[in-house]
Write a protein that binds this ligand. Structure first.
Ligand code: ZN
Length: 402
C-alpha cells in the first residue's frame, strides 16, 4: 500500500491543499497525557498522521487536535555535547564572533547554546525582535525549536526578520533524511508540526530572503544538521559562496535526492517500518518477559512504539525516567484490552530495587550516559537493550548484539 491523497487539509507553508498521507499511526494519545499510575479507563486518542505536501514538499503533521504542551525534557549529555560542537563549528566559520549579539528561540528539547556562546564573548539579548536594525541580532539560534510552530511560514519569516543585515540564523534540525534512513517513524508526534528535509529548508529559506552559508552534521538522534542562513545579498552571503562549510550541504542534498525526501512513495515506506519495528519488539518482549523487563525513557517516541507493539504493564514492569515530573504517572496507550494495567513511570532510584534482567532503552542517544549513571544495572547481572529498529543487547564491553 502506498501513500494516499489527503483531504480537507492546507499546507503549513505554501497553503496548497494537495498532498499525500505518508505515515498514519492511527489513534494515539496526546504526547503530554501521562495518566496517574494505577488510573483506569481508556486514554483519549486522536489521529496522528504525516502528510507530504505536493506543492512544496514539506513533510508535516496533518492536524493536531490535542493542544499538547510539550514538557521541557531533561537535557541529555549528548545534546550538550552537540551544542558545544556546533558552537565550535560556527565560530570556526566566522559566524559566531566575540562581541556579536545573539538570541535564541525557545525549545522544549532543552539544550540552550547561549551559555557556550557567552563564554566565547557573544552578548546575549532577549529573543523579542525590535523595530529598528539596532535591535536585531547578529546570530539567532534555533535548536529543534521551529518544528513546534503550527504556522511554518510565519515561523521562518519571523526568524529571518530578526537578523541584522549581516546576521546569521543557525537552525538545528533532525532532518527527514535521517528519519527515513533510521526508520524513525516514531519521530512523528502531536506538537511536532514539521519534519524538514534540508532540500525543503533551503528552498523555503530563499522565499523569506535568506540563503545558506554552511551546514554541519552531528551524530545526535542518528544524524542532525545545523544549517546557517544569512540575508541574500549580504556581504556574508557573497563571502561564503563556495566555501568549505557548504561542501556538506551539497552532499546532504545529493543524499536526499537519492532517498527521495519529496517523493510520497519513498517517504511512505516509513509506514512499513512501523510494523517491522513493532513486530520485532513484540517478539523480543514475549521471549524475555518472564526474566524481568524494565524500560528507560518515557519519551513520546516510546509511547508510540509501545502502543504499536501492544506492550502493556504485564510485559514491562516500569519505565524509568529522570524527569521528576513524570514520576508516579504511567505510559499512555499501554493498558491492555485484557485488563492489563498501564506501565508505571518510576524514578531512576527505583532501578536498584527492581533489579531488572533487561532494561530496554527508548532513547538510544542516552546509552553511554545511562550506563555510566546506573552501573547497578550491569553490576547485578542486568543488561541494557537498545529498542529500535529491532532490540539489540548491549554487552558489558559496550558492543551491541542481537
Ligand atoms: Zn506546501
Amino acid at each position: 500500500m502506498g501513500a494516499r491523497p489527503v483531504t480537507s487539509w492546507r499546507c503549513r507553508w505554501c497553503g496548497a491543499d494537495d498532498g499525500s498521507v505518508v505515515l498514519d499511526l492511527g489513534e494515539q494519545p496526546a504526547a503530554d497525557a501521562f495518566p496517574p499510575a494505577g488510573a483506569t479507563g481508556a486514554d483519549d486518542v486522536y489521529p496522528l498522521r504525516m502528510v507530504l505536501c505536493a506543492g512544496c514538499g514539506l513533510a508535516q503533521l496533518e492536524e493536531d487536535p490535542t493542544d499538547a504542551d510539550e514538557p521541557r525534557g531533561i537535557e541529555p549529555a549528548a545534546l550538550v555535547a552537540q551544542a558545544r560542537e556546533a558552537v565550535d563549528d560556527l565560530a570556526a566559520a566566522g559566524l559566531a564572533a566575540s562581541g556579536a549579539r545573539v538570541a535564541e528561540q525557545p525549545s522544549p528539547h532543552g539544550g540552550s547554546w547561549l551559555g557556550q556562546l557567552a563564554e566565547r564573548g557573544l552578548t546575549v539579548v532577549p529573543d523579542e525582535p525590535g523595530a529598528d536594525d539596532e535591535e536585531r541580532v547578529d546570530l539567532l539560534v534555533d535548536s529543534l525549536g521551529m518544528m513546534h510552530d503550527a504556522d511554518q511560514r510565519a515561523a521562518l519569516a519571523d526568524r529571518a526578520d530578526q537578523l541584522a543585515p549581516e546576521g546569521v540564523l543557525a537552525l538545528h534540525v533532525h532532518p527527514l533524511g535521517t528519519i527515513l534512513r533510521t526508520s524513525a517513524w516514531n519521530a512523528l508526534r502531536h506538537g511536532h508540526y514539521a519534519y524538514y528535509s534540508v532540500t525543503w529548508l533551503v528552498r523555503a529559506a530563499r522565499e523569506v530572503g535568506v540563503v545558506p552559508v554552511g551546514l554541519w552534521r552531528y551524530a545526535l538522534y542518528g544524524g542532525t544538521v545545523v544549517l546557517a542562513l544569512v540575508p541574500a545579498g549580504s556581504r556574508r552571503a557573497a563571502e561564503h559562496a563556495g566555501s568549505a562549510a557548504l561542501a556538506d550541504l551539497d552532499q546532504v542534498l545529493d543524499d536526499e535526492r537519492v532517498a527521495g525526501v519529496t517523493d510520497p512513495d519513498a517517504v511512505g515506506r516509513l509506514q512499513a517500518e512501523v510494523t517491522t519495528t513493532a513486530t520485532a519488539l513484540r517478539a523480543w518482549v514475549d521471549d524475555h518477559r518472564a526474566e524481568g523487563i524494565v524500560g528507560y525513557g518515557a519519551a513520546s517516541r516510546a509511547v508510540a512504539l509501545l502502543a504499536a507493539a501492544g506492550v502493556t504493564g504485564r510485559d514491562v514492569r516500569a519505565v524509568v525516567d529522570a524527569s521528576a515530573a513524570k514520576s508516579g504517572l504511567s505510559m499512555p496507550g499501554t493498558a491492555g484490552a485484557d485488563g492489563a494495567p498501564r506501565i508505571p513511570i518510576v524514578e531512576p532510584a527505583a532501578l536498584g530495587g527492581l533489579r531488572p534482567r533487561w532494561v530496554v532503552l527508548f532513547v538510544p542517544d542516552l546509552l553511554d550516559e545511562v550506563r555510566r549513571a546506573y552501573p547497578e544495572v550491569e553490576a547485578s547481572g542486568g543488561s541494557w537493550v537498545v529498542a529500535e529498529p529491532a532490540p539489540v543487547v548491549v554487552a558489558p564491553d559496550g558492543i551491541t548484539t542481537r
